[in-house]
Design a protein around this ligand. Sequence first.
Ligand code: 9UX
Length: 72
Amino acid sequence: KTLLGHFTIGGMTCAACVNSVEGILRDLPGVRRAVVALATSLGEVEYDPTVISKDDIVNAIEDAGFDASLVQ
Ligand code: 9UX
């Protein structure tokens, strides 16, 4: 089972931030795919909900020093 989560990610100011956030997301257990866009401050993540939750994903982004919130 795979779910799709959308997140707003604040505090990304250059392309390296995007690579950094994508790398953090892709390294999380249960994350299958992650794409982050600088222009829209949006991230799209495919994840296995039996392994990781949307809140876990938000917390991982915030632990890296960015602002994150769930797009419902
Ligand atoms: Mo760019 Mo982002 O120099 O954390 S990597 S601002």
